[in-house]
Design a protein around this ligand. Structure first.
Ligand SMILES: [Zn+2]
Length: 305
């Protein structure tokens, strides 16, 4: 796969670009597995460093992070959705954050516009998991469906978890709002959703791969073959620094840190061995790149450098 480095900007002039991060863009590439692949931005998150790095060995952490030049106060991980399209389908992986989660996120509609995709044209929305930055964008300000003609797809385990009324009590205080928000959004689509399990072909040529840990039923997806195979990884590999350099370390963003670390190591090992493209929701440069082994860990090599 050759990546076309052209960045399509949505309604943004050079003056706007000079101020602040790039909120809306679509990064195009060539075909993969019978689909055109496009990375569409939903803006970025803003999170305190402690969310990622609390409880880790600080001296080694400082050494590992030194080359990445991260801001000292808050981190601003990008949010990149995968769009696949062919003559039959327009498939979005996740729905973005929508208007109610964070002011810095929720710019998906501008990016889709840049990619020439009307919300009505989206035929399928496939969820990696039910966290706010991935799910809450199914509803707009008026609680109407943003993608009115889409069929939705969510792993059975993930669906059951967020639909369980007990989850708001078991998820922990810090994420109780996630549970309430997810239940409300999923209640809007039960008659439009299909469920799948590990190994299922969710849509033509798109295989589900369980990657539990970040959430109880987190799913990744594989498509294409050989050197053009791609994994849509969601948040199983959630950042370009620590997740690659020390994949075995617990991550504050994983609901089950131990299982999340096991999953991350397993996926990275395979991605590096088989040189499968990785599309990561919170990875830089549009999220697409290769995984290289480095020292006792790995590194992310963005395709759009
Ligand atoms: Zn996320």
């Amino acid at each position: 796969m050759k990546v076309n480095r052209r960045t399509v900007l949505a309604g943004m002039g050079a003056a706007a670009l000079a101020h602040g991060p790039l909120r809306a863009f679509a990064l195009t590439s060539t075909q993969i597995g019978g689909y055109e692949f496009v990375s569409v931005s939903d803006g970025n998150l803003l999170l305190p460093r402690s969310f990622f790095f609390e409880g880790l060995p600080q001296e080694e952490l400082a050494q590992v992070l030194a080359p990445f030049d991260l801001p000292q106060d808050q981190l601003a991980p990008p949010c990149n959705l995968t769009l696949l399209r062919n003559d039959d389908r327009v498939i979005l992986f996740d729905a973005g954050a929508g208007p109610a989660f964070m002011p810095s996120a929720g710019s998906l509609s501008e990016s889709l516009d840049a990619a020439g995709v009307a919300p009505e044209a989206v035929t399928d929305v496939v969820f990696t998991h039910g966290h706010p930055d991935h799910l809450w964008g199914v509803l707009d300000d008026f609680d109407d469906l943003v993608f009115p003609n889409a069929r939705y797809h969510m792993g059975q385990v993930e669906w059951d978890y967020w639909r369980d009324p007990a989850t708001v009590d078991t998820i922990g205080a810090a994420r109780a709002a996630f549970a309430v928000g997810a239940a409300r959004r999923l209640a809007a689509i039960p008659d439009r959703v299909a469920h799948f399990s590990d190994g299922d072909e969710v849509l033509p040529g798109i295989m589900a791969q369980a990657s539990f840990g970040h959430t109880p039923g987190h799913m990744s997806f594989l498509l294409g073959s050989g050197s053009d195979a791609m994994m849509i990884g969601g948040d199983a590999i959630g950042n370009h620094h620590l997740a690659f350099a020390r994949p075995g370390w617990a991550s504050g963003s994983d609901q089950d840190p131990e299982r999340g670390a096991e999953t991350r190591q397993r996926l990275l090992d395979r991605l590096a061995d088989e040189q499968i493209w990785l599309m990561g929701f919170h990875l830089p440069q549009g999220g697409l790149g290769r995984v290289e082994r480095r020292g006792e860990g790995y590194r992310f090599v963005g395709a759009a450098r």
